[in-house]
Design a protein around this ligand. Structure first.
Ligand SMILES: [Zn+2]
Ligand SMILES: [Zn+2]
Length: 299
């Protein structure tokens, strides 16, 4: 396999992304993720200001600006770069790998003939179930937990905490999600609507608003359920974590990882030993690499 080909794909992706970025920022439109993210953030923040769940929490809560920085760094800048570059390479590699065995068509399920809404629903369900599993692994595998700690170092919940996470998570989630979906035959454009919907639900999940969606709570994740995912004290029978749902709560109810003992708006958040966890962006994103090294040195 020619390495130049992959380098060219990565190069083209970044160049394409740069043009895309300039367009996004200067030409607002309905197909524009940057303005969606801004609009959703302002909208959910206004809800927090006028209908707060924890009335004692400040409007500019602890780490508001740090999380705001994470938000743009992660979702806007890095996730789209990684999205393009990594996923295109991975799909190309997989195609070449199958080609070695003389297999050319990798589309296992023919969904082109399905109605559009059914295609979307399937895409969304598969993507969310993959995310739920990746999230469980982030809690179960010690090396992955070191990266996921950034997200769990939130002490006061607010919409921007949604996108406070280590950039490595983007790589893990997007690779795990996009590769199988691309094999079914979805293109990047199909992800846009799903992306907007999941961003809205994710912002709400972390917001200081009391929302449970009535009976829909068994399907959709919500701020009350996700607060317990961030709780410092875990139940004895589920020491790794509870409520792993990203957009859907369905998987937690199906696989019995749901846990909402009471409303818990002032439940302490975080993890054991978080006093020693670094406080700045740069320290937080470099910490897992140094942490791992110092562990190895100790052994
Ligand atoms: Zn988590
Ligand atoms: Zn969270």
């Amino acid at each position: 396999m020619e390495i130049e080909k992959y380098i060219k794909i990565i190069g083209d992706s970044y160049y394409g992304y740069f043009n895309y970025l300039v367009n996004e920022m200067f030409y607002p439109s309905w197909h524009n993720y940057f303005w969606w993210l801004l609009g959703l953030s302002v909208g959910v923040w206004l809800l927090e200001i006028f209908l707060p769940w924890r009335e004692k929490q400040a409007i500019f809560r602890k780490d508001f600006w740090l999380d705001g920085f994470y938000m743009f760094f992660n979702y806007f800048l890095f996730s789209l770069i990684a999205y393009n570059a990594i996923s295109n390479v991975a799909v190309e590699l997989f195609n070449d790998f199958l080609g070695l065995f003389g297999v050319e068509n990798i589309v296992a399920i023919h969904i082109e003939s399905w109605p559009r809404w059914a295609q979307f629903l399937l895409l969304f369900l598969i993507a969310d179930f993959i995310q739920w599993n990746v999230h469980r692994l982030l809690h179960r595998v010690p090396a992955l937990w070191e990266f996921h700690k950034v997200h769990h170092s939130v002490e006061e919940m607010g919409f921007a905490a949604h996108l406070r996470f280590h950039w490595m998570e983007t790589i893990l989630y997007k690779s795990a999600q996009y590769i199988p979906l691309a094999m079914i035959g979805y293109g990047l454009e199909d992800f846009f609507i799903v992306h907007i919907f999941t961003t809205a639900i994710g912002h709400l999940n972390h917001a200081n608003i009391k929302l449970t969606y009535g009976p829909l709570k068994f399907i959709l994740n919500n701020p009350v359920m996700h607060l317990w995912h961030h709780a410092k004290a875990l139940p004895k029978n589920m020491p790794y974590g509870v409520n792993y749902g990203i957009t859907l709560s369905l998987w937690d109810y199906l696989f019995k990882t749901d846990y909402i003992p009471h409303e818990g708006e002032y439940e302490p958040l975080g993890f054991d030993g978080m006093e020693e966890f670094p406080k700045t962006f740069w320290q937080q994103v470099t910490y897992p690499f140094f942490k791992k090294k110092s562990n190895e040195d100790a052994e």
